[in-house]
Design a protein around this ligand. Structure first.
Ligand SMILES: [Zn+2]
Length: 294
C-alpha cells in the first residue's frame, strides 16, 4: 500500500487550557487530543497514538535529533548523547545517509517523493546545511521538486500558501491551503511514499502568538479534510506526526516535554497502532505498510 507522511513540526498533546493551547482555544475535531483525557476518535476513522519524543535522553526534545529519529527509525538522541536543535550535525548526517527512510523505500524498489518544493539556491548556498527532511530524501537518491514544479502545480510549499517563498522573492503563485492540499493528494497518488513537511507550527510555537495560531489550526484542518477526502484510504495510509511539543503550549517559548500525536488513517492503521510507541518506531511502521498488499 501507499503511505503519505505529514510531518508537522512542533505539536504535542497538551492540556485542555484555552489560555495556553491553540487546539483548546480553536477546537478542531482533528486536534481534539488532550493530556489526561481519553483518546478521541478522529474524523475519517482516524486514531491518535500518543508517542514518546524523548528517546530516553534528558532535556527537551529538539528538531534535528527528533526528525532524524522519525526519518531513520534510529535513536538519534542516544547516538549523540543529547537532543540537537536546528540542522543535523555530522553524527546525524551519517545516520540519515545510512538509514534514511527514503533509502529503505528505494531498497524495496518503491518510489519516494518529498512534496515540498526546494530552490536551486537552497542547495548551492547551503552545502551540508540542509534540513533532515532534504538530507533523508537525497540519501534515497530521489530527485527533489523545484520551483517549476511548484508553479506547474506538481509540488507544494511548507506553508500551503506559497507566501513564505514569495516573501523571499520567488516568483510563485499564491495558493489557498485547499488548492495546495489537492496538489498534495495528487502527488501521493503517484508515489509509493510521500513526505510533506509543515513548519509554521514550530515557528508560531516559539513566537507565542495566540492571535495568529487560529489560522494555523484552520490551515491544518483544511489540509487533512481535503487530503483524506481525495485519497483512497482502502489502499493508502496517511500518518501525521511531530518531532516534539511546542505549539500546544504557547505559555512557554521553548519546546515541551509532552507526548506527540501520531495520527493514522486508512489501510495500514493497525500496523501503526501495534508498533508505534516512540518516534523511532514510525519509520518501521511505514516500511511495514509499504510492503503490505492492498
Ligand atoms: Zn523549534
Amino acid at each position: 500500500m501507499r503511505v503519505l507522511l505529514l510531518f508537522i513540526d512542533g505539536i504535542g498533546i497538551g492540556e485542555r487550557d484555552t489560555m495556553k493551547n491553540p487546539f483548546a482555544r480553536f477546537p478542531s475535531p482533528f486536534f481534539s487530543f488532550f493530556k489526561n483525557e481519553p483518546l478521541p476518535n478522529l474524523p475519517f476513522a482516524g486514531v491518535v497514538i500518543p508517542t514518546r519524543a524523548d528517546m530516553e535522553v534528558a532535556g527537551l526534545p529538539q528538531s534535528a535529533s527528533g526528525q532524524t529519529a522519525i526519518f531513520t527509525g534510529q535513536n538519534a538522541a542516544q547516538a549523540l548523547g543529547h537532543h540537537q536543535s536546528g540542522l543535523p550535525t555530522p553524527t546525524l548526517r551519517k545516520l540519515l545517509d545510512e538509514s534514511s527512510l527514503f533509502k529503505s523505500v528505494r531498497a524495496l524498489a518503491k518510489t519516494g517523493v518529498f512534496a515540498n518544493a526546494l530552490s536551486q539556491d537552497y542547495f548551492e548556498n547551503r552545502g551540508a546545511r540542509i534540513s533532515a527532511t532534504t538530507r533523508a530524501l537525497l540519501a534515497g537518491g530521489f530527485p527533489w521538486l523545484n520551483m517549476d514544479d511548484l508553479r506547474a502545480g506538481r509540488a507544494v510549499s511548507h506553508d500551503l500558501t506559497n507566501e513564505f517563498l514569495r516573501q523571499m522573492g520567488f516568483d510563485v503563485p499564491v495558493r489557498t491551503p485547499a488548492a495546495s492540499a489537492k496538489i498534495l493528494a495528487e502527488i501521493c497518488r503517484r508515489a509509493d511514499f510521500t513526505l510533506f513537511e509543515f513548519i509554521l507550527t514550530d515557528m508560531y510555537g516559539h513566537n507565542q502568538e495566540m492571535s495568529q495560531a487560529e489560522e494555523i489550526v484552520r490551515r491544518l484542518e483544511v489540509l487533512l479534510n481535503v487530503v483524506l477526502r481525495e485519497v483512497d484510504l482502502r489502499e493508502m495510509t496517511v500518518v501525521l506526526t511531530s518531532d516534539h511539543g511546542n505549539f500546544e503550549d504557547l505559555s512557554v517559548k521553548t519546546h515541551t516535554s509532552n507526548l506527540v500525536p501520531t495520527c493514522v488513517w486508512g489501510a495500514g492503521q493497525k500496523i501503526f497502532v501495534e508498533r508505534v510507541k516512540r518516534l523511532e518506531d514510525i519509520a518501521g511502521g511505514i516500511i511495514a505498510a509499504l510492503q503490505e498488499a492492498t
